[in-house]
Design a protein around this ligand. Sequence first.
Ligand code: AQP
Length: 337
Amino acid sequence: MKSYQRILSGVRPTGHIHLGNYLGAIRNWAQMSLETKEQLFCIVDQHALTTVVDSENLKENTRTIAAAYIACGIDPKKSAIFAQSHVSAHTELSWYLSCFAPLGWLNRMTQFKDKAGKNKENANLGLYAYPVLMAADILIYKATHVPVGEDQKQHVELARDLAGSFNSYYKKEIFPLPEPIISKETARIMSLRDGTKKMSKSDVSDYSRIHLLDDADTITLKIRKAKTDSDPIPSSKEGLQNRPEAENLMGIYSALSAENIDALCSEYSGQPFSSFKNALTEILIESLRPIREKMQHLLQHPDELDKVLYDGADIANLLAEKHIKEIREVLGMIPRR
Ligand code: AQP
């Protein structure tokens, strides 16, 4: 069993938490948390502000993600689960790191280019600077490992570069260089409406994703409406090439059942997608039922959920305050009273 020193990761509370967040991230974090000495799982509400402004939704989404962490197997007694905005050292360190971040490094961030699109001049500064805040999220805890999806690898590399340049400028090993952990088995789940786009909280269509809080009827309807093509199921994985929607549905089944896609193809070979969709609906309902029920229970007790967040923030603040004091001193600030 691999053992990590301190891991940190987070989800943006920008909308309904979905199957992609679960299979691509949170399920692995819960597994990794069994193999790690210290774990911090953040709900990055300040990052959400780069796209979301509705304050009531932000509160609800933040609690829902906390509930999802717990329901997916992250134990709040062993891991600090907290809201980013409850630990003000994140934004303080973000400013210090900003003063070390050459614009050239930020200009290379592909996610900004993707998210800002053609409307770059109107994109907000927060969206541009968010990799620096993400570096601060990681470095404020001296996290050694950061489990992320492939799309976030570049941002963890930026955190490494910033840590290295800070350490060498002050000739002191202030930050360990964090390593991204990108699991090869991590499933990348695509939209149910367009197999070339990833399943995403911010997609306008609810039918593009399975929410972790969807009930059996909703899952049934969404899978029935999920886009496929008119060809039957091929006899092997190769036959799924250039069939992104078909590949995605089989990938979801495989991620939930641990049955490989070749085995699935030979089992359903020649059949229309409608019969496979029945099996997929069934496994989705059964796999997500315990998560949904636990989330619903937790969400009915918001005070208990907030207590988890407050307790998690206490642990996070202890670590962060210790480190930010050390950083202020290195920077040359007069110590506070
Ligand atoms: N479709 C996906 N398949 C696999 N993994 C995914 N993740 C997100 N979508 C998929 C992983 O979930 C973690 C948390 O993601 P996030 O909320 O911080 O940011 P995101 O990647 O931008 O997620 P969304 O759902 O697409 O949100 P919006 O719409 O707000 O941008 C990350 O580890 C991510 O890789």
